[in-house]
Design a protein around this ligand. Structure first.
Ligand code: TMP
Length: 224
């Protein structure tokens, strides 16, 4: 009985799955579709996003993305993303994982590594370190990277009526972000799976759904 209790206590509860990609790669559309499908199939699932996903974190999001804040220092920006990450993680993500849910999160630490670390040239390691302080050991179980060229991504967001401060950045910035993601992929090859986001929405959805189902099955077997 005691051994079984220890095994149950050690059992990892829910799953933490994040979505990454350049602006315009389709993360929000796809994560919404996945959320609806998993819910319909009866899985306990929540969908959330960064920066934001919680009252305080949303306030930080507004501060970061306000197009008027063009004078924001790059390290200040990186710290604000990490602060909003911490708040959202503790108030929303961790409790959901503890309750056995599948957490789908639109962006997480890899965005900071690519956008602030490489895009803003603060340095990959420096950004990794401040994020370690923010997240402790809470790394995602799996990350789906929606791969699309930055040109194609920017073309897709061209028609958006509202462009936030980062959407308004130059092509050169977005090219550096794409380079940053390449570095992220080299650093975490096991955790991150690449999805070809240039395909039809249905196909991108299908590829993501299969990845998630494989992970869910693996998780169920590990816990049984
Ligand atoms: P969103 O458009 O996916 O809602 O994200 C808002 C912007 O914030 C997007 O341009 C990417 C950027 N971002 C960072 O620069 N660093 C981060 O850590 C996160 C989470 C987002």
């Amino acid at each position: 009985v005691i051994i079984m209790k220890i095994a149950r206590d050690n059992m990892k509860k829910g799953l933490f799955i994040t979505f990454e990609g350049n602006d315009g790669s389709g993360k929000s559309t796809i994560s919404n579709m996945l959320y609806e499908s998993l819910k319909k199939a009866g899985y306990p699932v929540i969908l959330t996003r960064e920066p934001g996903g919680d009252r305080i974190a949303e306030a930080i999001r507004n501060l970061i993305l306000d197009p008027n804040n063009t004078d924001m220092d790059a390290r200040c920006e990186a710290l604000l993303y990490a602060a909003s990450r911490r708040q959202h993680l503790i108030s929303k993500v961790v409790p959901a994982i503890e309750a056995g849910k599948i957490v789908l999160c639109d962006r997480f630490i890899d965005s900071s590594l690519a956008y602030q670390g490489v895009g803003r040239a603060i340095g990959f390691d420096a950004v990794y370190q401040i994020n370690q302080f923010a997240i402790d050991e809470h790394m995602p179980d799996r990350t789906l990277f929606l791969k699309l060229s930055p040109e194609e991504g920017l073309k897709r967001i061209q028609d958006r009526s509202f462009k936030d401060r980062l959407d308004q950045e130059s092509q050169a910035f977005h090219d550096r972000v794409a380079e940053g993601y390449q570095q992220v992929l080299r650093q975490f090859p096991k955790r991150i799976h690449i999805i070809d986001a240039s395909q039809s929405i249905e196909q991108v959805f299908q590829d993501c759904y299969e990845e998630i189902m494989a992970l869910v099955k693996e998780h169920e077997n590990g816990n049984s």
